[in-house]
Design a protein around this ligand. Structure first.
Ligand code: CIR
Length: 274
């Protein structure tokens, strides 16, 4: 196993879907998710993470926060430390506060976005840079605050635009390996991935772009056969997870976890994960 912090992880944090997920935010109402079915999909997701050898932290449901199963939006996890986000959706601000109480067990340094708004779904970390899409949830001030922190840690941050009407930058893309990004046509057409190899999701299968590389597998939503075949033809090991319920509240594979490596050594520059 290589030591790439963008592909390989020792840990993931998840949170059980609350029964109140039925009231989760959504752009278009396609009916409420079924909480029991959502829980069974969530269990399949956790099992897939665990099967890679990772330790999965399973936080309890937060009934006061209907969208709290989508933990990705609350923090950005990097080898240097964790950054607590400031979600642009007012109903989700408290989720970040809750996550801030958990992160110190896993990170030696915690920083906070204290002005503007950023949601983790708008951030794609690659081996070269951190891409951040401005969106209805992530604004100029928030990106500036994030830039200050990650620049301090030695990263390049590139600010982009999430396509109009798309919830998050990563709604439309996902990292497959060091150099390859799965993207919708509408996002890739902006030229934002010119330095990467791009695999396009099949026409009509835009909803599967939010796939996640986690150790040697790609977590991929079930029901998108053309794109699944394309990825398998390129040698990727897909684990298909049912996602019908999360999709009703605009959630996908990346949203359901925070992924990181917990370094036994307090200095991430000298620590390694095999
Ligand atoms: C929301 O609108 O905030 C939630 N219903 C869905 C969040 C999905 N999160 C993500 O893409 N990172």
């Amino acid at each position: 196993m290589t030591n790439s912090s963008t592909l390989y992880f020792s840990h993931a944090i998840t949170r059980a879907p609350a029964p109140t997920v039925t009231g989760g935010l959504r752009a278009i109402d396609q009916g409420a998710p079924d909480p029991a079915l959502f829980s069974s999909h969530h269990s399949a997701y956790i099992s897939a993470l665990q099967a890679t050898g990772a330790e999965v932290v399973q936080l309890p449901a937060l009934v006061n926060y209907p969208d709290s199963v989508f933990v990705e939006d609350t923090a950005l996890c990097l080898p240097e430390g964790a950054i607590v986000m400031r979600p642009g959706a007012p109903s989700r601000l408290g989720e970040a506060v809750e996550m801030a109480t958990v992160l110190p067990q896993y990170f030696k340094e915690i920083r906070y976005i204290t002005s503007g708004h950023v949601e983790g779904g708008d951030i794609l970390v690659t081996s070269k840079e951190i891409l951040v899409g401005r969106s209805a949830r992530t604004d100029e001030k928030g990106v500036a605050a994030l830039r200050e922190i990650v620049t301090d840690w030695g990263y390049e941050l590139r600010e982009l635009q999430t396509p109009a009407g798309v919830l998050h930058f990563k709604t439309d893309c996902g990292l497959l390996d060091e150099d390859t990004i799965l993207s919708t046509q509408r996002l890739a057409a902006s030229g934002c991935f010119a330095d990467y190899k791009i695999l396009h999701v099949a026409e009509g299968e835009e909803a599967c772009a939010n796939a996640v590389r986690f150790n040697d597998i790609i977590l991929f939503p079930a029901g998108f056969p053309k794109t699944a075949s394309l990825l398998r033809d390129h040698g990727f090991d897909l684990v298909e997870i049912p996602n019908t319920e999360a999709a009703k509240v605009d959630g996908g594979m990346s949203c359901l976890s925070l992924r990181f490596t917990k370094y036994p050594d307090p200095d991430p520059d000298t620590a390694s994960y095999e």
